[in-house]
Design a protein around this ligand. Structure first.
Ligand SMILES: NC(=O)c1ccc[n+]([C@@H]2O[C@H](COP(=O)([O-])OP(=O)(O)OC[C@H]3O[C@@H](n4cnc5c(N)ncnc54)[C@H](O)[C@@H]3O)[C@@H](O)[C@H]2O)c1
Ligand SMILES: N[C@@H](CCO)C(=O)O
Ligand code: NA
Length: 453
């Protein structure tokens, strides 16, 4: 309390950490004026000092535990990533009354409860705005500005790397591997980019968003997760033909089920109408819709990844934590009081776009349609591509001609659609189900969302 200088331990100095060091130096006077005291680095923990000749040698250490334990440290800024050693370091810091700023969504989504408990018990601050949607102020509006409202849904694009890849595939026809490599080069991708392309990063962010929006504890393991690895150029062309784009969405909803309120949290690629504002979010930009009872829909848009962009959010948190050290007071407490159950994915209802490869012969359409009907999945449209009249693949006239039935359904439960796909695969006239993509209508009012019907 009443500090005349705020000392910061920085853990990790990569894409984001190096930008934090730069901004702390370049904006030192303004930050001091805003905080009420100078904000100074006490030390910077790195793995390989020889890779950081630009850093003041007297600040660099390879021992983050020793740095965190130093009595002069007021705030620990963690930008290493990964679960360990970050988890133990931050728990130690919080237990000893050091405030913590972190961009580590994987850690927050897995260990949020332990970290929040440690912060609450010692009276330290725990801020993590940079962990979700990079530069976009999103967690603070949810946690503070909307604290008097009731949030029903948080949905949008929260992973810059996959949005960059899907945008490139759609706009320039770029290959998946080339677009991923470019995202890594630009500093968007995680150290292990499978976290991005397989949806783990977005699932961690969805867990953090759902926890804050619905005042309940949601972990990454509670989030249904599908990545973009299986999205093909054909899927993107199919989407275009329907007037849609393919986006990796994170959707968090509070739903009313027969057993009472529950939370649905899910991440998957889906077709969305090109007229929807999310469809025009391209590159590493993120956009998130928040729907609250009184406020109505709100949209948050900006750069969701990148060194300087993410450092902006880290600095915002650091100023808040440092101000509290100087003038007293604490940041917002964890409010996970609601203890809501997770809605099973099988009960979630969306529309689907299904490509069924068939043998083009009499009765195949009826056979396929009856499988959908048997599982109570109502077909909205069906179109045949290829086949006897449209096929140009040069096979002989001996057997049935291959064709593809492109089926778009009305809303159906995930469980019913899965059972339909399994039954289709067993039909003699079906060569295989080539792809299944959800079609999301994010325009439904959240108040109309229900559970299984
Ligand atoms: N890059 C982005 O756009 C972005 C955006 C939002 C959040 N984040 C998050 O910010 C964090 C950092 O991301 P980044 O992109 O800067 O990663 P990065 O890989 O560029 O940097 C991490 C740095 O931490 C160092 N490090 C790791 N373990 C260490 C240890 N035990 N001791 C000392 N140093 C260690 C690494 O050597 C590396 O230099 C991650 O949690 C990431 O998820 C990144
Ligand atoms: N790898 C993440 C960084 C931002 O959290 C992304 O691409 O969105
Ligand atoms: Na943010």
């Amino acid at each position: 309390m009443g500090k005349d200088v705020v000392k910061v331990a920085l853990l990790g100095c990569g894409v984001v950490g190096s930008q934090v060091v730069r901004l702390l130096d370049e904006q030192a006077d303004e930050l001091a004026a805003r905080v009420g005291a100078p904000v100074e680095l006490a030390g910077i923990a790195v793995r390989r000092p020889q890779r950081h000749p630009e850093l003041p040698a007297d600040l660099v250490t390879t021992d983050p535990a020793q740095l965190v334990a130093r009595p002069d440290v007021d705030v620990v800024v963690e930008l290493m990533g990964g679960i360990e050693p970050a988890r133990d370091l931050l728990l130690d810091a919080l237990k000893n009354g050091r405030s913590v700023v972190s961009a580590n969504k994987a850690l927050l989504a897995e260990e949020g409860e332990a970290l929040a408990t440690a912060a609450r018990e010692s009276g330290a601050d725990l801020y993590y705005e940079a962990s979700v949607a990079g530069a976009i102020p999103l967690l603070r509006p949810i946690q503070q500005s909307l604290a008097g409202d009731r949030i029903r849904r948080v949905a949008g694009i929260v992973n810059g790397t996959t949005n960059f890849i899907l945008s490139a595939m759609e706009s320039t026809g770029a290959g998946y591997a080339d677009a991923l490599e470019e995202a890594g080069r630009l500093g968007y991708a995680e150290a292990d980019p499978t976290a991005d392309v397989d949806g783990y990063d977005a699932a961690s962010k969805a867990a953090i968003l759902a926890s804050l929006a619905f005042h309940t504890r949601v972990t990454a393991a509670d989030v249904h997760r599908e990545g973009i690895r299986d999205v093909t150029a054909t899927d993107i062309a199919s989407a275009r033909a329907l007037g849609c784009s393919v986006k990796l969405l994170a959707i968090c909803e509070q739903v009313d089920t027969a057993a009472g309120p529950a939370v649905s949290a899910r991440v998957y690629p889906a077709m969305i109408p090109r007229s929807h504002p999310l469809a025009s979010v391209s590159g590493a930009f993120n956009a998130v819709f928040v729907e609250a009872d009184a406020a109505g829909p709100l949209m948050f848009y900006g750069q969701g990844a990148g060194g300087p962009q993410t450092a902006s959010a880290v600095l915002g948190d650091l100023v808040a934590a440092a101000r509290n050290k100087v003038i007293g007071g604490r940041g917002p407490r964890d409010t996970a009081y609601a203890h809501l159950p997770i809605q099973p994915m099988g009960d979630v209802r969306t529309r689907y776009h299904v490509n069924v490869d068939v043998h083009d012969r009499a009765g195949v359409l009826a056979a396929v349609a009856s499988v959908f009907a048997e599982h109570e999945v109502s077909i909205a449209t069906v179109k045949q591509e290829g086949g006897k009249d449209g096929d140009d693949r040069g096979h002989g006239d001996d057997g049935p001609t291959p064709a593809t039935l492109v089926v778009v359904t009305h809303e159906a439960s995930d469980a019913a659609l899965r059972a339909t796909v399994e039954a289709l695969s067993g039909l003699e006239s079906v060569r295989g189900v080539a792809s299944v993509l959800r079609v999301e209508d994010l325009g439904r009012p959240a108040s109309a969302l229900g559970g299984a019907q």
